[in-house]
Ligand binder design. Structure first.
Ligand code: ADP
Length: 692
């Protein structure tokens, strides 16, 4: 997987984990933000749970209330049924125009059967009392308050009954009792008509308390307090016991009777619903526990993920730092040849930004236009699945500014986690610098050879000038011979021919010698014209690649010390470079001895202190090598003198020739404790000269 893809993976991982989490997750700073979000989530879940439990409780309470309402409704309906049964029984009592004794018997039987009836009266149409009987189950109700005083309510009820020809109930009224207490009672007046003529009334007195107790007590009284109330809430009669409980539930229902309306009220005291009172609450609680468990697991999982993310991010950062620090360009392509990844080194190499490169397909922006066809073919071969050689191949790329540079490309298949090839990964090495150094080295070698040839020519010239002695000697002997011949006048005619011939020879030899001298002169003059002003630094820089090459081979450290603000030297650059190279090479070779000493070659340039004119620059090359023995020292500058197996013995003599040609001086001296220093001077181009 490419690094880009990995970098894209991290936010993707995060989004997947926190998809349901608000986007502020990103906005908040790391751990603190996440912690506070977790607390918010926990608070939210707790609030939801509490609300659920509360709602469940409320639901249960409403269930209780509904149940109570239902009870009240059925209680009222029970009462109504009971009262209409009473009416039927009483109608039966008066239907058959009974004898008084029979009436009494029947009435008493009714009173015994119905505890809520306290008294039954038989009155005539004018409401005068014919007969009456009180319940035998308790003391008569009108003992303390005379009946006559309480008759007004009854009269109203009977008037109403008469009008409606049906039963009518009086408003309830209070009756004081002999035990000091009192009771609320209500009369029911039933008219007795026979053949359409009112013949009397049956009046029944109901005790409200008894009415509730007898008719509702058994069924509803166990768990509720039952009461009759006035519409304004005043209690008229109460029955039943209040069960213990925390909360009172109340339901009321109107008992609408002809002539009177009572309010039946049921008060039920129930315990507050428990936490697990029913299936719903239990379910909610179980779900809550499951939710909390899931949250805990989620938190653990998220912690694990967070750790994995951090590890991944760290690994990525490490990899990225590694890739960024690489000088080798990296380039990944998918199977279609599209660039999927480039590292900074690659971008720097081709001078294009990563965004410009990624996603691009052939022809790539870094292909030189003239090579596009060739590269396309190579590309097609690669895409066909042919692996390139392992050692890589050389190619030419183009920078954004159009300059070309050589690269070495090493490509390998890119294998995914599943083991499938997803593309190609290429390491691209810019070898243009290497090529440049190779070229430089080659050029130096050529120059070296040329200089060596020149040196040989120089030496040859000196040898030739040495050869001049021959023609000169010949000239001299011809001249002497001629003079001798001219001393004998007798042999003159013969002698003249000889002298003539001798003089011709002299002329020939002189001409030959002159040619030799001219050729040497020409050579020297030509080299003279090659002089130029060169900074000492430039001279050292020019030889540095070759010196370093050999230094690496011989494990020598090269130190360069250049005095600041040195004037440029006036010299034949190539020759002086050759001198420096020769001396440096000799120094390094002198140190190439077995032993543990540190091999250091010091190249130093400074103003020549010894010269009063200050117009000279001194170069010195010191080594810590074997040094120079006296017998060697004597022949050091002799051409072809060497102590090396493969040496030519021309180096130092050439150096001296060159330095002296520049008007300078080459010398050497031993160093303590070991080694040798070679010094030579070159004329400096002084400022005033420069100005001139
Ligand atoms: P070559 O290097 O081909 O032998 P040179 O003229 O450059 O020819 O050197 C002549 C000889 O001088 C060398 O063979 C070596 O013995 C000696 N020589 C030159 N430089 C040094 C040095 N720095 N230390 C010791 N001996 C040296």
């Amino acid at each position: 997987m490419t690094q880009d893809a990995l970098m894209r993976l991290i936010p993707a991982l995060k989004t997947r984990t926190w998809a349901w989490w608000p986007a502020i997750n990103d906005a908040l700073p790391g751990g603190r933000g996440r912690r506070s979000l977790w607390s918010a989530l926990i608070a939210l879940v707790m609030a939801v749970l509490v609300t659920l439990v509360w709602l469940a409780g409320r639901y249960e309470a409403s269930q209780l209330q509904t149940e109570l309402e239902r009870d009240t409704t059925s209680a009222v309906s029970d009462l109504r049924t009971q009262l209409s049964r009473h009416v039927q029984a009483l109608q039966g009592l008066q239907s058959s125009n009974p004898s008084e004794a029979f009436w009494l018997l029947e009435a008493q039987s009714l009173l015994r059967e119905n505890r809520d009836m306290l008294r039954i009266e038989w009155r005539d149409p004018a409401l005068n009392l014919n007969r009456s009987t009180d319940s035998s189950l308790r003391s008569p109700v009108f003992e303390r308050a005379p009946r006559a005083e309480t008759l007004s309510e009854t009269q109203q009820a009977c008037a109403q009954a008469k009008r409606s020809s049906g039963p009518s109930y009086s408003r309830s009224f209070f009756l004081p009792q002999s035990d000091g207490l009192g009771m609320e009672v209500m009369d029911m007046c039933l008219p007795n008509t026979q053949g359409g003529v009112l013949v009397g009334f049956t009046v029944v007195t109901y005790g409200l308390q008894e009415l509730i107790t007898a008719r509702l007590g058994v069924v509803y009284g166990r768990r509720n307090e039952i009461s009759f109330t006035e519409p304004d809430g005043t209690r008229l009669a109460i029955s039943g016991r209040q069960s213990r409980g925390l909360r009172v539930f109340t339901a009321q229902q109107l008992l609408d009777l002809p002539g009177n309306t009572l309010v039946l009220r049921l008060d039920g005291r129930r315990g507050e619903p428990d936490l697990f009172p029913n299936v719903l609450t239990a379910l909610v609680t179980a779900m809550s526990i499951a939710l909390v468990t899931v949250m805990v697991l989620l938190a653990k999982d998220s912690r694990r993920r967070l750790k994995a993310e951090n590890d991944l991010a760290e690994a990525l950062a490490f990899r990225k730092a590694m890739e960024d620090s690489l000088v080798t360009g990296l380039r990944a392509r998918d199977l279609e040849g599209r660039i999927t990844y480039v590292n900074p080194a690659f971008c720097q190499m081709v001078g294009l930004a990563a965004e410009q490169l990624s996603g691009s397909i052939a022809p790539m922006p870094y292909w030189p236009p003239e090579m596009v066809d060739e590269y396309k073919q190579r590309h097609a071969v690669r895409l066909a699945g042919n692996a390139p050689p392992r050692e890589g191949f050389e190619s030419v790329f183009m920078r954004a500014d159009g300059t070309r540079f050589e690269v070495l490309i090493i490509e390998a298949p890119l294998i995914s986690v599943q083991g499938q090839q997803t593309g190609w990964m290429g390491a691209v090495i810019d070898i243009s610098e290497q090529r440049r150094i190779e070229e430089l080295s080659r050029a130096s070698q050529e120059r070296l050879q040329a200089t060596a040839r020149l040196a040989t020519v120089g030496e040859m010239a000196s040898l030739l000038s040495h050869e001049l002695n021959q023609p000169l000697a010949a000239i001299a002997s011809y001249a002497n011979g001629s003079l001798n011949l001219l001393k004998d006048p007798a042999a003159l005619p013969q002698t003249l021919d000889d002298v003539h011939m001798a003089l011709r020879r002299i002329a020939e030899q002189a001409g030959r010698a002159g040619k030799v001298i001219n050729s040497v002169h020409d050579f020297v003059r030509r080299r003279d014209q090659a002089r130029e002003a060169v900074a000492p630094q430039a001279l050292l820089d020019a030889i540095a690649p070759l010196v370093n090459l050999q230094a690496r081979k011989l494990q020598v450290k090269v130190h360069t010390r250049i005095e600041p603000k040195l004037p440029p030297v006036l010299c034949d650059r190539t020759m002086v470079e050759q001198v420096l190279l020769n001396l440096a090479r000799n120094g390094m070779q002198a140190m190439d001895q077995p032993g543990s000493m540190e091999r250091v070659l010091v190249l130093q340039v400074r103003r020549a202190a010894s010269n009063a004119e200050h117009g000279w620059v001194e170069f010195s090359i010191s080594d810590v090598g074997v040094g120079i023995a006296d017998d060697v020292a004597r022949q050091l500058f002799t051409p072809f003198f060497t102590t090396k197996v493969e040496g030519m013995g021309l180096g130092l003599s050439l150096c001296r020739t060159v330095v002296e040609q520049h008007g300078g001086h080459l010398s050497f001296e031993p160093l303590s404790p070991r080694g040798t220093v070679f010094r030579f001077t070159l004329p400096a181009l002084l400022v005033d000269k420069m100005a001139a």
